[in-house]
Design a protein around this ligand. Sequence first.
Ligand code: TYM
Length: 346
Amino acid sequence: MSEKKKPVVLSGIRPTGDLHLGNYFGAIRYFVELQAQDNDCLFFVADLHTLTTAMEDHIDVDAASIEVVRWYLACGVDPDKAIIYRQSDILEIPMFALLLGMVTPEGELHRSTTYKEKVKDLEGKRKLVSFGLLAYPVLMAADILFCNADIVPVGEDQKQHLEIARQIARNYNRYFSDTHTIVEPKSHMLEPIRVPGLKGEGKMSKSVGGPDNVIYLNDSEKEIRRKIMSAQTDLGPEQGQPMADIMKNVYTLLELCAPKEVYDDYLRKYENAEQKFYGSLKKDLAASIIELVKPIQARYNSPECSPERVEKLLAENAEKVRVIAKNNLKKILVDMRFKNLAESYD
Ligand code: TYM
């Protein structure tokens, strides 16, 4: 990192399955945008977080982590402009999580909407609801606060987690900031976005609404067309009636993926309550998505995104990030009155 402090941008994705348009539009495209500006960027794979829910799915976490990084590179995250690393390579992060847990308001963890949703889902399947799941936002705060990140590009579903990280930073500063103050991180925009699913099942997600609710970055043209053509719609617009939620989903995707003129044209059609244009809208939407993912898929399959290159990159970057982490851990250990332990980081 440079002497004069640039804003630190940090974000991560869990290796829990193939990446999809929600991850792309909610997060990765901002990684690419923010790395092109005057920022110090850190993007990582949140592999430890997979244990909070996917323990019984027996994911091959190492292989899945490599895949996430391959998609980062394929989408345009540039290892010359951003440091890409793996969470579990930075042993100081779990130590940060332990220490920050001491200033985490426990009630906020129980109030987290994501936690409540996950509990409902896991209990329905008679799976273990762990302390690790409850403490998910603490580990996420450690991910963000260990390097004093200023900006955290994430989708709308992560807003609450980010707010908890801010509270943890505030509490730390209130109790312990004798020499070192932790930055309160912000989102990259006032209203982070939410990419809807195709089946009216809330957000596009690996875990909600089945595979046809999601467009994966590695879906074939045929799959994309099939999924889009079977996306839920209403029976057609009615003069003077507001747009149904199910159609808002389709239009949100169209706005994200299609050229502005195409989106505006279909919006006009809806507002004028024209009939029988959903078929052509869906064809145009599918074509726009294919145009978006095709070059990404081509790069993903090229040597520049090979697993070997990714492994090398992760090994190199683990060292760089550990230097930053050790440096900051030392500072908080001093403030938390663990001078002996802090000295071991000299
Ligand atoms: P994960 O893997 O669930 O999601 C990764 C990113 O994709 C965004 N996202 C979406 N955005 C908009 N619409 C959607 N349908 C959609 N689906 C997913 C998520 O908001 C997220 O930005 N907790 C993080 C991982 C993490 C992290 C961190 C992120 C762990 N530590 C520190 C930032 C900073 C997560 O949700 O991963």
